[in-house]
Design a protein around this ligand. Structure first.
Ligand SMILES: [Cu+2]
Length: 474
C-alpha cells in the first residue's frame, strides 16, 4: 500500500487517509483541535491541466495549476483563522507552496531546501498555519519557481478583516504575463535561457488579469469597489493608472496604511507586490472605466475594464476610512538596530568580473556557464551562514545596494519591513521592495519571527541564478 509522509515525517497509509476522510461528515461535532486535523485533509493538488488562455481560435494552453486552475482556487479565511491544505503533487517535478507575505510559522513557509524538503512527485505535504494579519496575499510554488510559477502555480490568499470595509463589493485581480509560443499558444519552455536569467527576467508576451486578456466586469456609476491587485508575474513591473475611477490606496503588501492615499500618479506594482485600492466608479453610464497599464511604446492599454450601466443608489460618498491596523505594526528602534548590508552585483552589462561559487572565486564567464549571473555580497549561491544571525525581537537595519543595471524586487520571508527614507522617516510596512538600477535603499524590521527566512529577488530567474540569501532568527 502506498504511504505518504506527513510534515513531521510520519508515514500515513492511504487506508488511514480514507478512514480519516470518512469522518468529515461529522465535522461540526468534533472539538476544534480534531476539526483542524480533519480539515488538513482538504487537498490542494498541483497538476497538469489545459484551458483556453489565448483568444478563441488558438489552441488550449497546457499549464500547471493548483487544482488544475491558473490562477489556483482563491483561499479565503478570517483573520486569526487557519489555513489547512494538503499539497498533493501530481507534477513530474518536486514542488512546495510558499504563502507569500504571511507572518507564518517557519516550518510552514514552504521554501524547498530551507524550511522543508521538496515534495516529490506522488507525495503530499500538510500545510496548517494561523494567519495573524488581514490583507491580500498569494500562494505560489517555491521549488523551481522560475518555471513552476510561470507555468501557472499560483493563487490568491485573502485574509478578511473582522470589520469589513464599507464597499459595495470587491474584486481580486491577479495580474500576470505568460510567455507563449505565438503559433501554438503553448508556454515557452526555455525557462533556463541565459537571456532571461541575466537581463530583466522572464517577461511574458501575453498579459492577463485572472488569466483573461480581456478582463471585464460590469459596474454601476458611483459604485464603490475594493480592488485587491496581485502581481503574480515572474518579472514584469506593472505601471498602472486609473481612468474613470477615483481611487485610494488603503494597503500595500497586505498591510493597511494609516490613512488612505489618493491615487493621483501611476501605481507601480513589482513582481509579488500587492496593493489594495478602494475605488469609486466616476465614469458615466454607457462609458467604461479602466485599470490601465502602460504597454509597449508607453501606450495605455486595458488591464481591467469596467463598463458602466445604471447607477448605484447612492451619490458619491465621502473618502473611505482606513482599514483597521494589523497587530505587530510598531516601527523598529532605528538607533538600537543591528546594521546589515547587501550588495547586489552581476547581470548583463554589469561590473561583476567574479564571485564565489562552491567556495572558489570564479570569473563571470565561467559563472555564466554554470547558470550563475548574479551575486549577493560576492556569493553567487545560498551560503551556509546566514546574512544575519538575529536575536528574537532585535531591530535590524539592512542597506541594499543595487550595483546592477536592472531593478530587483527584494522579498523578505516571515516578516514585513519598512523602508527607511533618506530623512530617517519610516515608510509603510511591506514584504517586497523594488530597488531600481544603481539605487541604494535601506529597510528596517523587527526580527520578531523565529526561524530561517529567505531574502531574495522576486524576479524569479534572478533568484535562480544567484540572488538568494537568508537570515536566521533565534
Ligand atoms: Cu532581480
Amino acid at each position: 500500500m502506498k504511504s505518504y509522509p506527513d510534515h513531521k515525517g510520519n508515514r500515513i497509509s492511504r487506508r488511514d487517509l480514507l478512514q480519516r476522510g470518512a469522518s468529515a461528515g461529522a465535522l461540526s461535532l468534533l472539538p476544534a483541535g480534531l476539526r483542524a486535523a480533519t480539515e488538513a485533509r482538504v487537498p490542494l493538488t498541483a497538476r497538469n491541466a489545459s484551458f483556453q488562455l489565448a483568444p478563441s481560435g488558438y489552441a488550449a494552453t497546457g499549464i500547471w495549476g493548483y487544482d488544475g486552475g491558473a490562477p489556483g482556487p482563491e483561499i479565503r479565511v478570517a483573520q486569526g483563522g487557519r489555513v489547512s491544505r494538503r499539497l498533493v503533487n501530481e507534477l513530474p517535478q518536486g514542488t512546495s507552496v510558499h504563502w507569500h507575505g504571511i507572518r507564518i510559522d517557519n516550518a510552514m513557509d514552504g521554501v524547498a531546501g530551507l524550511t522543508q524538503q521538496s515534495v516529490a512527485p506522488g507525495d503530499t505535504f500538510d500545510y496548517d498555519f494561523v494567519v495573524p494579519d488581514a490583507g491580500t496575499y498569494w500562494y505560489h510554488s517555491h521549488d523551481r519557481s522560475w518555471e513552476q510559477v510561470a507555468r501557472g502555480l499560483h493563487g490568491a490568499l485573502i485574509v478578511e478583516e473582522a470589520e469589513v470595509p464599507d464597499v459595495d463589493r470587491e474584486e481580486v485581480l491577479i495580474l500576470d504575463d505568460w510567455l507563449l509560443n505565438p503559433e501554438t499558444a503553448q508556454i515557452d519552455d526555455s525557462f533556463d535561457h541565459p537571456m532571461a536569467m541575466s537581463h530583466a527576467g522572464r517577461i511574458g508576451n501575453y498579459v492577463t488579469t485572472n488569466a483573461r486578456f480581456d478582463f471585464s466586469r460590469p459596474v454601476r456609476r458611483h459604485e464603490r469597489l475594493r480592488l485587491r491587485l496581485i502581481n503574480a508575474s515572474n518579472a514584469r513591473i506593472f505601471t498602472l493608472q486609473l481612468n474613470g475611477l477615483t481611487g485610494w490606496t488603503v494597503a500595500l503588501d497586505a498591510m493597511p496604511l494609516p490613512a488612505p492615499v489618493p491615487v493621483e500618479q501611476g501605481l507601480i506594482l513589482g513582481p509579488a507586490q500587492r496593493v489594495d485600492l478602494i475605488v469609486d466608479i466616476t465614469a458615466g453610464e454607457g462609458e467604461t472605466a479602466y485599470l490601465l497599464r502602460r504597454g509597449g511604446d508607453n501606450r495605455p492599454v486595458s488591464q481591467a475594464a469596467f463598463p458602466v450601466s445604471g447607477s448605484a443608489s447612492r451619490a458619491r460618498r465621502a473618502p473611505p476610512a482606513p482599514l483597521p491596523p494589523n497587530p505587530r505594526m510598531s516601527a523598529p528602534d532605528l538607533a538600537a538596530a543591528r546594521r546589515l548590508r547587501l550588495v547586489m552585483a552581476g547581470g548583463a552589462m554589469g561590473r561583476m568580473d567574479s564571485a564565489l561559487l562552491g567556495g572558489e572565486r570564479i570569473g563571470f564567464r565561467q559563472l555564466a556557464a554554470s547558470g550563475r549571473f548574479w551575486a549577493f555580497n560576492e556569493m553567487a549561491e545560498m551560503t551556509q551562514e546566514p546574512l544575519g544571525d538575529l536575536s528574537l525581537g532585535e531591530p535590524v537595519r539592512l542597506q541594499i545596494v543595487n550595483d546592477t543595471v536592472f531593478p530587483h524586487a527584494m522579498h523578505l520571508h516571515g516578516m514585513h519591513f519598512r523602508q527607511v527614507r533618506a530623512d530617517g522617516a519610516a515608510s509603510p510596512m511591506r514584504d517586497t521592495l523594488l530597488v531600481a538600477a544603481g539605487e541604494t535603499r535601506e529597510i528596517a524590521f523587527i526580527a520578531d519571527n523565529p526561524g530561517d527566512w529567505l531574502f531574495h529577488c522576486h524576479m524569479l530567474s534572478h533568484a535562480a541564478s544567484g540572488m538568494m540569501t537568508w537570515v536566521r532568527v533565534t
